[in-house]
Design a protein around this ligand. Structure first.
Ligand code: 9MR
Length: 548
C-alpha cells in the first residue's frame, strides 16, 4: 500500500542549534515560491519568509522547496508551516545534543558481551545476564575452537561488543568503532556515562572503548596475526537473548585486514591512553607493532565472502589498511619510517570498515604537530578539497545530505555514510576554521533526524517519527512484547538500494534510493544497528554538542 509519510514539511525533528543552520525541505509540486511561517508553542508566527524552489531531488524523486530560517535564534518549541501543512515539532536550543550524545554512547554498554548489563545503569527493561560468558545454554567465548580447517587451537576471546543485531564479533568494524570513540574523545572530550567503570581518572568514553580494545587484543595470536571474527556456527533466529544462544562459537582464520586494524587501533590506543593507564597503553603499542610486522610477513591473507552463521566483512584490498595503520603508528611514535608507508588520503569515497584509506589523513590530522609546516598545509588543503566536494553534494540535494553516491545507489548502512561524511566536514572545520564546514556537518544531522524523503528519524527515541523496530535479537519488542524496543540513541542502517533481505524485497521493490527503508525488525539490510554506525553517530553528536 501507499506509505503514510506524514507532513510534507520536513525538519530536523530534534531541532536546531541557535547558532547553527536552520533549514527545512517541503515536498510540493509548485514552481513558485511559497510563504513559510515559523510557529511558536502558542501557534503564533515568530518568523516568516518565502521558500526557494529547488526542483527534483535526484535520490528521492521528490519535487521540493527549501526554507531557511537560520537567522531566527530565539529558544523554544516550534513547528514550520507552509500553507495548511505543518511540520513535526522541534526545539531551538543549545542543549539539543547532550542527551543524544550520551545515549549514542550508551549503545555500546547495552551491547557488551561477557558482562551482565545492570539495571542500575540501563533500567530494568534493558538489564540482562552476561552473554556468551560460558554459562549454559551458551557455549561461551572463553575457550573457542576454530572453524574446521582454520586452526587447531582454542582461544579466550571473551568480551567486546556484539556487532549489531547478531551476536558475532568482528575485528575490522569493531576496531573502527573503538577508534571512532577514541577519536570522539580527542575531538570533544569526555561525557559522563552510566557504565560500571564510570568515574576515576580514566575518561568514561575511554573506559567504554577499552572494553572493545581488550577483546581486540585477545583476538591476536602470539605471532601477531589477528583472527578476523568469532561468531555462531550457524545463524540464529529472532528473538534470542544473548545468554540464551545455544550455538557453538567458532573462531575464523586470521586475516591481514584484521591484523592491520589492530595495528591502527592499537597505535591510537597507545597515544591516547598513555595519560591514564601507562601499562595498558604500552600493551597497545606492543600489540600494534607485532601486528604491523606480522601483516608485512602475511600481506595477502584475505577474509572470504563466506557468511554462514555471521557476516563476512570480506575485503581483498588491504593497501588502504596498511596505509591507515602506518599513519596511526606514525602519529603514536613519530617515526618517519611509518610515514613513508602512508600511501592513501581522504577521497570523496570517504571511509568505511572496508575502505580505510581516508583514515590515514584523519590520523595525521590528530598528530599534525609531528608534521612539518608544508605537510600540515597540504593535509589541510586535501581535507578541505574533499569537504568542498561533500558540501557541493549536500547543496545539490533537496534533502541536504552530504552523502551522494557516485553510482546513485544507497549502500548498506547509508546512515553511517552520511554521519561519516559529516565527520569529514567537521575535520575540515577544525583544520581551516571556515564556518561553512561546521554548517555542513550540522546540516547533515538534519537529514538523519527527519529532514528526508521519508520524514523519518533514523535514531531511536529522537524525533516524533523515529524508527523503533531495528533488527536486533534482544531489542525485539516487535516480535515479543516482553522484550524492549531498541534503546534510545541507536542509529538504523538506513535506506539501502540493495534490498538484500526478504522484508525489504516484499515492501520496497522499485523504491527511489532515499526511500529504500522500512522500520521493520525483519529488514536487516535497511534497519539493523551496528557498532560502527553508532560510533559515527556518537562522534557527530559529540561534535554538535560541543561546537555550539
Ligand atoms: O555493514 C556491513 C555492510 O557494509 C555489508 O555490505 C553487509 C553485507 O556483507 O554487512 C554489513 O554488516 C553486517 C554484518 O555482515 C553482520 N552483522 C550485522 C552487520 C550490519 O548489518
Amino acid at each position: 500500500g501507499v506509505r503514510d509519510l506524514g507532513s510534507p514539511v520536513r525538519v530536523n525533528q530534534v531541532g536546531y542549534l541557535p547558532g547553527g543552520p536552520k533549514r527545512a525541505t517541503i515536498v510540493t509540486p509548485g514552481t513558485r515560491p511559497l510563504t513559510w511561517r515559523l510557529l511558536d508553542a502558542a501557534g503564533r508566527a515568530a518568523a516568516t519568509g518565502t521558500t526557494r524552489v529547488f526542483g527534483a531531488d535526484a535520490m528521492s524523486g521528490d519535487h521540493v522547496h527549501t526554507a531557511d530560517f537560520t537567522r531566527y535564534r530565539a529558544r523554544g518549541t516550534f513547528r514550520l508551516a507552509v500553507g495548511e501543512d505543518v511540520s513535526e515539532p522541534f526545539e531551538i536550543s543549545e542543549s539539543l545534543y547532550g542527551r543524544l550524545r550520551r545515549d549514542a554512547l550508551a549503545y555500546f554498554y547495552h551491547n557488551r558481551s561477557g558482562i551482565p548489563i545492570e539495571a542500575k545503569h540501563v533500567g530494568a527493561a534493558y538489564a540482562r545476564p552476561a552473554g556468551h560468558a560460558g554459562v549454559a545454554p551458551n557455549q561461551g567465548d572463553l575457550d573457542v575452537p576454530c572453524a574446521p580447517g582454520a586452526c587447531d587451537y582454542r582461544m579466550d576471546v571473551r568480551g567486546g561488543w556484539y556487532d549489531a543485531g547478531d551476536h558475532g564479533k568482528y575485528v575490522v568494524n569493531g576496531a573502527l568503532a573503538a577508534w571512532q570513540l577514541i577519536d570522539a574523545y580527542e575531538q570533544a572530550g569526555d561525557v559522563r556515562l552510566a557504565i560500571p567503570e564510570a568515574g576515576g581518572t580514566m575518561p568514561d568514553i575511554l573506559d567504554e572503548a577499552k572494553w572493545e580494545l581488550d577483546f581486540l587484543l585477545r583476538m591476536q595470536r602470539p605471532d601477531g596475526m589477528v583472527h578476523h571474527k568469532i561468531h555462531d556456527a550457524a545463524w540464529t533466529g529472532l528473538p534470542l537473548r544473548p545468554e540464551a544462544d545455544p550455538q557453538a562459537r567458532r573462531l575464523f582464520p586470521v586475516s591481514t585486514a584484521a591484523t592491520l586494524n589492530v595495528a591502527a587501533a592499537g597505535a591510537r590506543c597507545h597515544r591516547v591512553y598513555r595519560r591514564f593507564d601507562r601499562a595498558f597503553s604500552a600493551r597497545c603499542l606492543e600489540a600494534a607493532k607485532k601486528a604491523w610486522a606480522a601483516a608485512h610477513r602475511n600481506p595477502a591473507l584475505y577474509a572470504p565472502a563466506e557468511s554462514v552463521g555471521g557476516g563476512p566483512y570480506d575485503d581483498t584490498k588491504v593497501s588502504d589498511e596498511f596505509s591507515w595503520a602506518a599513519a596511526e603508528l606514525f602519529a603514536a611514535t613519530g617515526r618517519r619510517s611509518y610515514l613513508e608507508e602512508v600511501t592513501t588520503g581522504l577521497t570523496t569515497a570517504n571511509f568505511s570498515w572496508k575502505e580505510t584509506g581516508g583514515l590515514a589523513d584523519l590520523a595525521l590530522a590528530r598528530a599534525r604537530g609531528r608534521l612539518g609546516p608544508v605537510s600540515r598545509l597540504r593535509l589541510a588543503a586535501r581535507v578541505a578539497e574533499v569537504a568542498d566536494a561533500h558540501l557541493a553534494d549536500l547543496r545539490a540535494q533537496g534533502y541536504a545530505n552530504p552523502f551522494l553516491p557516485a553510482d546513485g545507489m544507497y549502500v548498506w548502512g547509508s546512515s553511517s555514510a552520511t554521519a561519516n561524511t559529516a565527520l569529514v566536514l567537521a575535520y575540515a572545520h577544525e583544520l581551516t576554521r571556515l564556518p561553512k564546514y561546521r554548517e555542513g556537518a550540522l546540516e547533515s544531522l538534519d537529514y538523519l533526524l527527519g529532514r528526508n524523503a521519508l520524514n523519518q528519524s533514523y535514531v531511536t527515541g529522537y524525533g516524533e517519527r523515529a524508527g523503533k523496530n531495528q533488527h536486533h535479537r534482544f531489542w525485539a519488542h516487535q516480535l515479543d512484547p516482553a522484550l524492549p524496543y531498541p534503546a534510545p540513541g541507536s542509529l538504523a542502517g538506513g535506506p539501502n538500494s540493495g534490498l538484500q533481505d526478504p522484508v525489504a524485497q516484499r515492501n520496497l521493490r522499485g523504491c527511489a534510493p532515499a526511500k529504500c527503508y522500512i522500520d521493520d525488525i525483519g529488514s536487516y539490510a535497511t534497519n539493523e544497528v551496528a557498532v560502527n554506525w553508532n560510533s559515527a553517530l556518537a562522534w557527530l553528536t559529540a561534535y554538535a554538542d560541543t561546537t555550539a
